[in-house]
Design a protein around this ligand. Structure first.
Ligand code: ATP
Ligand code: MG
Length: 417
């Protein structure tokens, strides 16, 4: 029979890699909580409407990356979520959280996008994200970017990434800029790629984001957003830049950073790396003041970001400077059959006292010790006939080639020292 394998573009995360996954999620949760964010969990399936308007029909995600399912109940379409910011806004309105502002929320979990699979680009991947709803001050944009920065620093990755920022201004600035772009790109239409010709019709801003070389050349001569930014938009962006300087966070202003989604305004940013080929973005987001109004709610000022957990894992795995938290583990070895049950009870007691314990039931002494050594365990507890007769165990300190008899009753206290 043919070997069963995962679906294209999705992956198992085995323990050797999962430790990095856990390190990312644990470190990110710790830092999010340090900034006052509260964890929440969202469903993986949502109605299509949750994403369609907010992300924009012409965005890559909506136009070509959705995983759609049929809900048999009503024949309605549901989708596997491609991201969670729109789900957060949906949830926020559904539960009336707009009456209790501000809200600082964080989440993590799988997202689904029908993309061409490559290293660092999967069809099922995981994101860790934070969303701050009910904030208008540009310094708060900086506050949330600094959370991303601190997370990357805590993971030892600050030298692997660059922070790119840009502003998309307010709605009025964006439509003035859009008009200027259309006029310009119409005049050089013959040089545009097929994709960008389509973008010219539906979302000309996204031409600036094109990876096509010809497009990129034309973009250099294109009108610059700066000239079309309203006074308030400019002030907002200046304050963000100033805030980053205050906190000593280095950034590069990239005027072609537009991000693909309709719901963004003002500040957009991306921490990106050169180490993962064209899958450079590791943590990205921005301001999305209008998102709730796409869903029929009052507009709520908001800022958030999401990080790609698999991409961070890959950087961590390569980097090696990050110290994975190692839980102290103890090995328990019954030396004969009579010692098995007492050893089992000892293991039970130690686990209840907070130790991680592995019982090595069978095998030669050498093999069992080798196994512990491989797992980097430094303490083994041995019990044979002699120890059992005096209600004691032998504690072997594997890294120090030293051993000591200890009483079973006071074992936990002894090991805690
Ligand atoms: P990209 O430009 O690489 O397609 P994106 O702008 O589509 O990224 P976002 O929607 O901003 O990505 O998602 C936030 C983060 O999630 C990204 O910065 C990236 O780290 C991660 N991510 C996005 N798509 C994928 C994917 N298909 N596989 C793995 N990680 C992903
Ligand atoms: Mg993408």
């Amino acid at each position: 029979m043919k070997q069963l394998r995962t679906v294209r573009g999705v992956q198992d995360i085995l323990p050797a890699q999962y430790k990095y996954f856990k390190a990312v999620v644990d470190t990110a949760s710790l830092w999010a909580e340090r900034y006052g964010f509260k964890a929440m969990s969202l469903p993986i399936i949502e109605k299509e409407e949750v994403f369609k308007r907010p992300l924009g029909e012409t965005s890559d995600i909506i136009s070509k990356e959705m995983f759609t399912l049929e809900n048999r109940d009503k024949g309605e379409k549901i989708i596997l979520r491609p991201e969670a910011t729109a789900s957060i806004a949906r949830s926020f309105l559904q539960h009336g959280l707009q009456h209790n502002l501000p809200q600082k929320l964080y989440y993590w979990g799988p997202m689904f996008r029908y993309e061409r699979p490559q290293k660092g680009r999967l069809r099922q991947f995981n994101q860790f994200g934070v969303e701050f709803l009910g904030v208008d001050d540009p310094y708060q944009d900086v506050e949330i970017i600094s959370l991303g920065y601190n997370l990357l620093k805590a993971l030892g990755l600050e030298n692997d990434v660059e922070l790119h920022i840009n502003t998309l201004g307010d709605t009025a600035s964006r439509s003035a800029f859009r008009e200027a772009l259309v006029t310009y790109f119409q005049s050089v239409k013959s040089g545009l790629s097929e994709d960008s010709l389509k973008r010219l019709e539906v979302n000309p801003l996204r031409i600036l984001d094109s990876k096509n070389e010809g497009d990129q050349k034309l973009c250099q001569q294109a009108p610059k957003f700066d000239a079309y930014l309203s006074k308030t938009s400019k002030m907002h962006f200046d304050r963000v830049c100033n805030g980053l300087k205050i906190l000593g966070i280095k950034y590069i202003h990239k005027s072609n950073l537009v991000r693909g989604l309709d719901y963004y305004c003002h500040t957009v940013f991306e921490f990106s790396t050169k180490k993962l080929g064209s899958q450079g973005a590791v943590l990205a987001g921005g301001r999305y003041d209008g998102l709730t109004s796409y869903m029929g709610g009052q507009p709520v000022e908001a800022f958030g970001w999401a990080a790609g957990i698999e991409r961070l894992m890959m950087l961590l795995e390569e980097n090696k400077t990050f110290n994975l938290k190692k839980e102290r583990c103890i090995g328990v070895i019954p030396l004969d059959e009579n010692a098995e049950i007492p050893c089992w009870k000892i293991a039970q007691k130690l686990r209840q006292e907070g130790f991680s314990v592995d019982i090595l039931w069978k095998g030669t002494m050498g093999k069992r010790l080798k196994k512990l050594d491989k797992a980097n365990v430094d303490i083994a507890i041995l019990m044979g006939e002699d120890e059992q007769s005096v209600n004691k165990v032998m504690i072997k300190f594997l890294k120090e080639s030293r051993q000591e008899l200890a009483s079973i009753d006071t074992l936990a206290a002894f090991l805690k020292i």
